[in-house]
Design a protein around this ligand. Structure first.
Ligand code: PLP
Length: 439
């Protein structure tokens, strides 16, 4: 949740911690400029979106040029140069993991599509009984009904429960530093989680499971918690053993944010069968997401009897301006070697937070996807107040779900040393202020 201030909005009709909003008028680099001229350091890129910061001239130019050439041609009839080039680039960068790409407009749409693809894959193979999905508690996969069914953020689900699908079943999240028993090392902890998956497969009937869907790095709910060592490899084996697909949702944690293009590349190099990406793909310059499809799924669906490989379609899928913006974004990240900066600034952010912010329980995460969890009790939480105070002092940070008392940092990949230090100073000062008020 981002913390806005000042004034009512007619255009915003969703839940937020604050009832009043400020107007964002312009942006430059890591800063968003308010209508009164003051500026906010975008310490979370919104929700891990604006990876190139604001006002990037290369992306803006690519959008303008594509808009001049052709804004829209329906994907039932046409593809476009930027869509084809972007798909090629994503496939080349994924070292053989994927062979097809489907572009959509939001992370939720990508998750819905991945779920449907998994289902259609099994139907095409004559295994129509595979109707169940195993997901994890405290995951977030989006707000449309299928994605919300797959996720497990109680406050977001509660009002809609009767409408959510019963095909989604949830096992424990992977949170080694919080959930491991005193006597468990990482291997023993992963053993325990795998036994829970096995039990879930057994309960459902292994041949009824279509896929396991997880975030390799939990984002919005638990805050930058990455899979424990060996977890993804063991899960891959388990899915293969039971004939289920493995789907990674990297809408928030991927596209360079952990210092590698995909989070799974930093977590044992275990590729999924299907992967969703979004947010940083187009850096917020256009709404664009995608499903990356591995050859196993692609080949079965391509050779199935249906007239289209995948029975789906959204009006704006593969939108040429979205693809042009995302292509320019990804080319800029490569050209400017920004992942090296993600790693370097991520280390600095980690160090500075540990040194300066009081009351910390843990700093965790990879690259420029970090969380600070506070050493508070369930009855005395401070993260929401810290985030609100940060906003009033000129920095936006992302507030996790109530499952943890934590804030997330996901600044643009272009952030420099001075800006990291400015961000941490605001967070440290805000935390001290909040603690002082509570005395
Ligand atoms: N999946 C994950 C892991 C996310 O973090 C999000 C959004 O925060 C989504 C899916 C949904 O993306 P969108 O909000 O673009 O629909």
């Amino acid at each position: 949740m981002i913390m806005p201030v000042n004034g009512q909005s007619t255009a915003i009709f969703h839940r937020s911690l604050n009832k009043e909003y400020d107007t964002a008028s312009s942006g430059s680099g890591v800063y968003i400029v308010h209508s009164d001229g003051s500026r906010t350091l975008d310490g979370s890129s919104g929700a891990a979106v604006s990876c190139l910061g604001h006002g990037h001239p290369v992306v803006i130019e690519a959008i303008v040029q594509q808009a001049r050439k052709l804004a829209f041609a329906h994907s039932s009839f046409f593809t476009s140069d930027p869509a084809e080039q972007l798909a090629q680039l994503l496939i080349e960068q994924s070292a053989g993991a994927f062979t097809k790409v489907m572009f959509l407009s939001s992370g939720s749409e990508a998750v819905e599509s991945a779920i449907k693809m998994a289902r259609q894959y099994h139907v095409s193979r004559g295994e129509a009984g595979r109707v169940n999905f195993i997901c994890r508690e405290y995951a977030y996969h989006g707000n449309t009904l299928g994605a919300l069914s797959a996720g497990f953020n109680p406050p977001r689900r509660q009002a809609f429960e009767p409408l959510l699908s019963s095909a989604f079943h949830h096992v424990s999240p992977c949170f080694f530093t919080r959930d491991a028993k005193a006597e468990e090392d990482e291997e023993a902890y992963v053993d325990r989680l795998m036994a829970e998956y096995e039990e879930m497969f057994d309960t459902l009937g292994p041949s009824s499971v279509a896929a396991v869907l997880i975030e390799p790095m939990s984002g919005a709910t638990l805050g930058a918690v990455h899979a424990a060592r060996g977890y993804l490899a063991r899960l891959r084996d388990l899915c293969d053993t039971h004939g289920a697909l493995l789907i990674f949702d990297e809408v928030m944690c991927g596209m360079g944010r952990p210092g590698t293009l995909h989070a799974w590349q930093a977590l044992g190099n275990v590729a999924p069968d299907l992967q969703t990406i979004g947010k940083g793909l187009g850096a917020g310059y256009q709404p664009i997401s995608a499903v990356l499809v591995g050859s196993k799924v692609h080949q079965v669906m391509q050779s199935s009897q249906s007239s289209h490989p995948f029975i789906s379609g959204h009006t704006y899928q593969g939108h040429s301006i979205g693809c042009a913006a995302a292509l320019a974004t990804q080319q800029t990240i490569i050209h400017d070697n920004l992942l090296a900066n993600v790693v370097r600034m991520g280390e600095l952010l980690d160090r500075e937070l540990r040194e300066q912010v009081p009351m910390l329980k843990e700093i965790r995460g990879l690259g420029l996807f970090k969380a600070a969890e506070f050493a508070t009790s369930p009855t005395c939480r401070i993260a929401a107040d810290v985030a609100r105070t940060c906003f009033s002092k000129g920095a936006a940070v992302y507030l996790c779900s109530p499952a943890v008392d934590a804030i997330v940092f996901a600044p643009p990949f272009i952030i420099n040393e001075r800006e990291v230090k400015e961000l941490v100073k605001i967070v440290a000062d805000s935390t001290k202020d909040v603690l002082e008020e509570q005395r």
